[in-house]
Design a binder for this molecule. Structure first.
Ligand code: SAM
Length: 226
């Protein structure tokens, strides 16, 4: 279903209860994982940070907690997901949410010190285009965090898919969770993903697995020269 219009419709429909469903299918682990993976980055005061596929803004809010003296922009093409993000934002001044497509990031070259993307690339048909766009808007030596399901073969990934199917009984969102399982099957595993980033001239710095290797975070450095 990776047609971008269908993906947008799916997330617009999910938006209202996205955070709740996420907590259910991750058995409450997603908050801890999202907070922990951000510690793999070096975040300094004054940094400009872009969160692509920001959804309801979790990574942006947790980054703001790590260092409130940063400017964070979250982009997403689902207006309903951003509506929820804006409600959660309250009066935080240095976080902004914008409607934008990750395949055409509306910022100039070399703008950001850090780009993060959480559970996003897998949903984008032309994900290589996003990786190129990240490189363009990221400063030389800037850092990238990719957090997502690992899509590696393994016992616990199969268990996760089974639990996801069971949890649809509680949420009534069968098609959304069928989509989640299908998107995991069709995406790159972590080794392939790291190779792809390397091919695009990023330096792979580190990887951390969570939840019995069902989720993985990778950090890269932009190796482009000015
Ligand atoms: C699974 S959610 C992840 C949200 C958030 N990053 C998190 O960790 O909870 C994926 C998000 O990617 C967005 N998305 C998918 N394709 C996109 C694209 N081409 N450009 C911008 N956003 C996109 C969807 O609208 C959705 O909000």
């Amino acid at each position: 279903m990776k047609n971008p219009e269908d993906v947008k419709i799916l997330f617009n429909k999910l938006a209202k209860n996205y955070d709740l469903y996420n907590r259910i299918i991750s058995l409450g682990m997603q908050t801890r994982v999202k907070k922990d993976c951000l510690k793999l980055l070096n975040v300094s005061s004054g940094y400009k940070i872009l969160d692509i596929c920001t959804g309801t803004g979790d990574l942006a809010f947790y980054l703001n907690k790590i260092n409130p003296d940063t400017d964070i922009i979250g982009i997403d093409f689902s207006e309903k997901m951003l509506e929820t993000a804006n409600k959660k934002k309250k009066d935080r001044k240095n976080i902004q949410f914008l409607i934008a497509d990750g395949r055409e990031i509306p910022f100039e070259d070399n703008t950001f010190d850090i780009v993060t993307i959480g559970f996003g690339l897998r949903n984008i048909e032309n994900y290589e285009r996003v990786i190129d766009e990240i490189k363009r808007v990221l400063k030389p030596q800037g850092q990238v965090l990719n957090l997502d399901f690992s899509c590696d073969d393994g016992f616990f990934n199969s268990v996760f898919d089974m639990l996801t199917q069971i949890s649809t009984a509680f949420t009534g969102k069968k098609s959304s969770y069928d989509y989640l399982i299908e998107s995991k099957k069709n995406f790159l595993n972590t080794t392939e993903l790291i190779s792809l980033f390397r091919k695009k001239e990023y330096i792979f710095l580190r990887r951390k697995y969570y939840a019995f290797k069902v989720v993985a975070a990778e950090i890269f450095r932009n190796n482009k020269k000015i």
